[in-house]
Design a protein around this ligand. Structure first.
Ligand SMILES: Cc1cc2nc3c(=O)[nH]c(=O)nc-3n(C[C@H](O)[C@H](O)[C@H](O)COP(=O)(O)OP(=O)(O)OC[C@H]3O[C@@H](n4cnc5c(N)ncnc54)[C@H](O)[C@@H]3O)c2cc1C
Length: 509
């Protein structure tokens, strides 16, 4: 098979890809093609192009063309490591990591037991809507905790920096359980929260059919470790003796991190903090793609912005076109925000996190110092008299240290409260955020003038890493414990977390 890069066509034209390819290669015809990737080239506004990478059969003579390369399907590289006599390893956490670990374990003949502190989706939706509409937060079942994990109420972006055998397996499973085929080739695939919820329910039903068991509202509370081995675990007050424990707890389980920090080898890890910035989607469309496009073909405009101040990076993160800013707290008296959208991405707003990387120099030393730093910021943003209202400020006013009583409407529910966001982060971080915003304004005039900042964004990735062996995935100090996914510090985002989970399952027979 050969891969042909840079097959470029204007988005507005209905074109036969085979013809375009034949023309590019100066050959009469092309028989069969498969689209490997499609990205949108928006470098020139109002002149948007799709850039395709295509797989096809060709003769080797075409290799003279610099856009033609030989292609081999990525191969698995994880080696089977360990025999388990018990067919029911314990998985803690039913997020993307835990679910994809279960899927690959099932392929190898296991029937894992999956313990999840939150509810299954049908009940979780009710808890989350009670929170969003009435301010009643269930600390065990919320936007962070419950079936599908933190991604369930998300934009369902499936961006991945890797394209290897394991991410391909994740994509295959997502399609098997209901995703559109095009997630296999779009450069920026997404499912929307509605798409994800359906897929996660289908995965659950499949796993149950295969003999797996889910235990909802079951929280891992303690590990008993003797001679570097887990001898028992306590879940909802009950002791169990699993042969292997797979820890897929995500980045928000602070009580679990606290319990683990006394028992296994962990370290603090850099992450990023900042705000969400919201604009009208119309402004973003025009600013990034121009005003003469068919957005039904391109989808609403999306962006990725970066800047640098000294050694610190400032960047846009988790941009949600046509979405809304949501409260995503998992602890009472603390506020954290995130972004969510539906498959259609047809909301009138566009939001993105604008964040700055932070490390030990910001939050100090200690395994849980980063986590405490997050908690402090989240507390500062929580207003007791108007719980879960988000502090908000026009980006322009933030840059000029001005407050204004009237902040325009945003997508955020329950509501916003006009505030001075200059006082939320330590001065160094505030200064860096300003450098970033000023740089983005230079590139996109109006970005700060029309942008509203809402605070805070703190849970960009895990504040800790649970140390593990690179090849066996075993905890550095406990031989039957397997820390995986985002919470353990080895992944970030839905795809890479799911792929880390999938790899884990490949280790056992
Ligand atoms: C609102 C929102 C939007 C997001 N949008 C995107 C996006 O568009 N694209 C993207 O790639 N990423 C997005 N993310 C991040 C993404 O959701 C995570 O990277 C991903 O879910 C991590 O997967 P995970 O399985 O490792 O952890 P999680 O998804 O966090 O799952 C961990 C699970 O473990 C459970 N758990 C924790 N502790 C215990 C315990 N002691 N006992 C039992 N169960 C426990 C939790 O309840 C949770 O369900 C978003 C996150 C949020 C919050």
């Amino acid at each position: 098979m050969y891969l042909i890069k840079n097959v470029v066509i204007p988005v507005s034209k209905e074109i036969d890809l085979k013809e375009v390819l034949a023309k590019k290669l100066r050959t009469r015809s092309i028989e069969k093609i498969q689209v490997l990737r499609r990205s949108l080239d928006a470098r020139k506004k109002n002149n948007l192009k799709f850039n395709y990478t295509i797989l096809t059969e060709l003769s080797a003579k075409f290799l003279k063309n610099p856009d033609v390369l030989e292609y081999k399907n990525p191969e698995p590289y994880i080696q089977i490591q360990r025999q388990l006599s018990n067919k029911n390893p314990f998985i803690i956490g039913a997020g993307p990591t835990g679910l994809f670990a279960a899927l690959s374990l099932v392929e190898n003949g296991f029937q894992p037991f999956i313990f999840e502190r939150g509810d299954k989706i049908e009940n979780r939706i009710k808890r989350v809507s009670d929170f969003w509409q009435k301010g009643i937060l269930d600390e065990e079942s919320n936007v962070q905790f419950g079936e599908g994990g933190a991604g369930t109420f998300s934009d369902g972006k499936l961006t991945s920096h890797k394209s290897d055998y394991y991410t391909n397996q994740v994509t295959k499973y997502l399609i098997k359980f209901g995703a559109d085929q095009k997630i296999s080739y779009e450069a920026l695939p997404h499912l929307g929260t509605d798409g994800l919820r359906k897929i996660v329910i289908n995965i659950r039903k499949y796993l149950e059919d295969k003999g797996c068991k889910f235990f909802w509202r079951n929280k891992l509370e303690n590990l008993n470790i003797e001679n570097d081995q887990i001898t028992s675990v306590r879940i909802n007050g009950k002791e169990y003796n699993p042969e292997a424990v797979i820890l897929a707890i995500g980045n928000s389980a602070r009580d679990t991190f606290e319990m683990l920090s006394n028992k296994i080898e962990m370290e603090s890890k850099p992450f990023a903090v900042g705000f969400r910035i919201e604009h009208s989607q119309g402004f973003i469309n025009e600013a990034f793609y121009g005003d003469k496009n068919d957005f039904n073909i391109t989808g609403p405009a999306t962006y990725r912005l970066t800047a640098q101040e000294g050694k610190r990076g400032i960047y846009s993160f988790c941009m949600c076109p046509g979405g809304s800013v949501i409260p995503a707290s998992s602890q009472k008296n603390g506020l954290v925000l995130n972004g969510m959208s539906f498959q259609k991405r047809n909301n009138e707003f566009a939001n993105s996190a604008i964040v700055v990387t932070v490390n030990e120099t910001d939050y100090g030393q200690g395994i849980l110092a980063g986590m405490e730093f997050q908690r402090k910021i989240e507390k500062k943003c929580f207003k007791v008299d108007i719980p879960y209202f988000a502090p908000a400020q026009k980006a322009f006013d933030f840059l000029n240290n001005e407050t204004n009583d009237s902040v325009p409407t945003t997508s955020y529910l329950p509501g916003i409260i006009s505030s001075d966001l200059n006082s939320i982060f330590p001065p160094g971080i505030t200064k860096t955020l300003k450098t970033g915003l000023n740089s983005f304004e230079k590139r996109i005039p109006g970005f700060t003038g029309k942008g509203i900042l809402l605070a805070p964004e703190t849970r960009t990735s895990s504040p800790v890493r649970i140390l593990r062996n690179k090849e066996t995935f075993k905890s550095a100090t406990v031989s039957n414990l397997y820390p995986i996914g985002e919470g353990s510090g080895y992944a970030g985002g839905i795809m890479s977390s799911a792929a880390d989970g999938y790899k884990l399952g490949c280790l056992f027979y």
